[in-house]
Design a protein around this ligand. Structure first.
Ligand SMILES: Nc1ncnc2c1ncn2[C@@H]1O[C@H](COP(=O)(O)OP(=O)(O)OP(=O)(O)O)[C@@H](O)[C@H]1O
Length: 268
């Protein structure tokens, strides 16, 4: 069976800094896959290559067998992407935000209303659909962005830090919606996160990324089990990187701090 995602020997360099260092990733159709690592590990840069927003320095990306460099538009059509920066417009209502995406993705006019209302319904936003997105809670905004990404009926959903800046209850709700989407639509989901506990609960398989490299890949249970009965994914991260997630997260530069604050502020 063709993999949903195949990245082979993928690298990206900013000036002299090798942000992604010869990464290999193989994701099976229907998998919920987590790319984990601290700020600056190279997760977003990997995702940007995979979603055709950056051209790889070395290596290849295939999405459902389609080469992303040769056929970027075909790959984009297969992908729903929710970036880390917020994409919903606070001055539009929920329904207007999703309609905008329906027009961007050329959903034929006669299906548009139904597709928009189905996407809002799938994310539990039917009642709030007529309100300005600026009045939504952080969790509702994330769900609105998920509704936007569903408009193109993607086979692969790519989520960059879907729960960053949310409180634990809102995070749990967002995860439940993602899990439901995946099982109801047999979608493949690739997400980045630095919350190890979430990856442990929701991902079928994870790759731990550190300083541009994938250090280890496996199911959360296998990775933990390899270290002993009471091991956590934090222990696994420490074992394979010689580092702690907290410490490396603290090393994130001004760009990371600024972005995290901006995201937290906008999510309210
Ligand atoms: N536009 C850019 N110019 C220069 N360096 C960059 C740029 N974008 C990212 N980097 C650097 O590349 C490395 C990887 O960044 P990337 O954003 O991919 O990490 P990440 O794991 O997604 O972290 P975060 O969760 O903070 O987004 C970091 O060292 C970062 O500072």
């Amino acid at each position: 069976m063709t993999n949903a995602v195949d990245c082979v020997d993928l690298s990206y360099q900013f000036a002299t800094h090798l942000a992604v260092d010869h990464v290999n990733l193989a994701i099976a159709p229907g998998e919920m896959y987590g790319l984990l690592g601290p700020n600056g590990a190279g997760k977003t840069t990997t995702i940007r290559m995979l979603t055709t927003l950056l051209k790889p320095f070395t290596g290849t990306v295939r999405v459902f067998g389609i080469d992303a460099t040769a056929h970027p538009m075909r790959v984009r059509r297969a992908i729903g992407y929710v970036p880390q920066a917020l994409s919903a417009d606070a001055n539009l209502t929920g329904v207007e935000n999703v309609e905008l995406f329906a027009r961007l993705f050329d959903v034929p006019r006669r299906f548009r209303r139904q597709r928009v209302s189905e996407a809002l319904d799938a994310m539990g936003l039917t009642e709030a659909a007529g309100r300005l997105a600026g009045t939504y809670s952080g969790g509702m905004i994330r769900r609105l962005e998920l509704a936007q990404s569903l408009i193109s009926a993607p086979r692969l959903l790519v989520l960059d830090e879907p729960t960053v800046g949310l409180d634990p209850i809102a995070r749990g709700v967002v995860w439940e919606y993602i899990a439901r989407l995946r099982s109801e639509h047999q979608m493949t989901v690739l997400m980045t996160t630095h919350y190890m506990d979430e990856a442990d609960s929701y991902c079928d398989r994870i790759s731990l990324m550190h300083r541009g490299k994938i250090r280890v890949t496996g199911t959360p249970a296998t990775l933990r089990g390899g270290l002993g009965e009471d091991a956590t994914l934090d222990d696994v991260f420490r074992h394979y990187t010689g580092d702690t997630l907290d410490k490396t997260a603290e090393e994130g530069g001004i760009r990371d701090v600024r972005r995290a604050r901006r995201t937290a502020r906008r999510l309210g």
